[in-house]
Design a protein around this ligand. Structure first.
Ligand SMILES: *Cc1c(COP(=O)(O)O)cnc(C)c1O
Length: 388
């Protein structure tokens, strides 16, 4: 009797199958002995992936213009897996100071203690990054626009310098998603997405992906994903694939509404600066326009200076923006990043608290009305708790 023969499946569903399984069984002794030769694409044990995970990886790879993709259990784990695959003791790694917090903390508190030379660079450095490259430089990590502070990067310029020096590049592309920027087409080696955000799109799943063209990088990352135990649930893969069915329409609508809200805030007297490269007033506008095809649904802003009590009044007045971390879902969200967080950075673009909003699928006029009211509360509290 064979455990592995499957009759042609007569259930032709539009939705992908959810394959659960830790154990993979083999027809023969010889097949079992040779099981490792099935990697990087095949199945030998649940940890290296299920057919459901492979379907998702193929779909993400297609969007990224990639040959290969590895999914991991979160965006943070995708960033860390990408680094762990290639960076070793004695290597030098360059990380944008505006990269995602967990990547920076991992570099500072783990990599540095494992003998890796960790260096943060100013995100707006452009091809001048060449001056920071050493013979031991292994990888440059980019994120554009930067987490929270939204600095735009000269991705093409940095990737070209890295290629010339044989240095790998990894870019966190979560903000634009491959719909609006495809890193691999611009000379980046590894494109990382926090799939949790716009791919999942419904604030109910955590996942990450690493996409690439190079097959030996893929073999390395499949092994790293597996050895680090970064297995992804097939149910979560199903949720992400369902989210991806509407990715394009969600992104289009949310991007349009985001631009509307950002422009409105940009003209408001209580708003000091809108950190959003899609606005002409932003320092990153020219670079964004040159490299990206859309603006996404996430931006930040700085208010006229005030005590924390005024921020409390602003946040607590909002009725259509739940307060919470993460972004990219159908519900709008707002988050607060105090001055101390900027002060902890090596190259902070501001010393003011930052408000970050993710715009969902609500009516933008309702969102603007909500912000208008909250800003009135801010203004009043600002006067009551004046900075003298
Ligand atoms: C949220 C986020 C991550 C991390 O994703 P998780 O799935 O929450 O771990 C990484 N990069 C960026 C830019 C993010 O916004």
């Amino acid at each position: 009797m064979s455990f592995t023969d499957h009759a042609d499946n007569p259930f032709a569903s539009l939705s992908p199958a959810v394959w659960r399984g830790s154990t993979v069984v083999f027809d023969t002794f010889e097949d079992f002995v040779a099981r490792k030769s099935r990697q990087p694409d095949g199945y030998s044990y649940g940890i290296t992936g299920t057919p459901t995970a492979r379907s998702l990886e193929h779909r993400i790879a297609q969007l990224e213009g990639a040959s290969h993709c590895v999914v991991t259990p979160s965006g943070a784990s995708a960033l860390i897996t990408a680094v762990m695959g290639f960076v070793r003791s004695g290597d030098h790694i360059l990380i944008s100071d505006a990269c995602y917090g967990a990547l920076k903390t991992f570099a500072r508190n783990w990599l540095a203690n494992l003998g890796v030379e960790v260096e943060f660079y100013p995100p707006t450095i452009d091809s001048n990054i060449e001056r920071l490259i050493k013979p031991s430089t292994k990888m440059i990590c980019l994120e554009a626009p930067g987490t929270i502070t939204m600095e735009m990067q000269d991705i093409v310029g940095i990737a070209a310098v890295a290629k010339r020096h044989g240095v790998m590049t990894m870019m966190d592309n979560t903000w634009a998603s491959p719909l609006y920027f495809r890193p691999l087409e611009h000379g980046i080696d590894l494109s990382v997405e926090a799939v949790t955000k716009v791919f999942g799109g419904h604030s109910d799943v955590l996942m990450g992906s690493i996409s690439m063209l190079n097959t030996s990088y893929y073999e390395c990352l499949r092994e790293t994903q597996s050895i680090l135990g970064q297995a992804v649930s097939p149910d979560d893969c199903f949720l992400v694939m369902r989210g991806m069915d509407t990715l394009q329409v969600r992104m289009k609508e949310q991007s349009k509404n985001t631009l509307k809200v950002a422009r409105w805030l940009d003209a408001h007297p209580m708003v000091g600066e809108v950190m959003f490269p899609a606005l002409e007033s932003n320092a990153g506008f020219a670079l964004w326009k040159k490299q990206f095809e859309g603006n996404g649904c996430l931006f930040s802003f700085i208010l006229q200076p005030a005590r924390e009590a005024a921020f409390s009044a602003f946040f607590n007045a909002l009725r259509h923006f739940p307060i919470g971390a993460s972004w990219g879902g159908t519900h709008s969200l707002v988050a607060y990043y105090p001055t101390s967080q900027q002060q902890a950075r090596q190259y902070p673009p501001t010393n003011q608290p930052i408000v970050r909003v993710s715009i969902g699928l609500e009516d933008p006029e309702v969102l603007i009305g909500d912000l208008d009211n909250a800003l009135k509360c801010y203004e009043q509290a600002r006067l009551e708790h004046a900075i003298v």
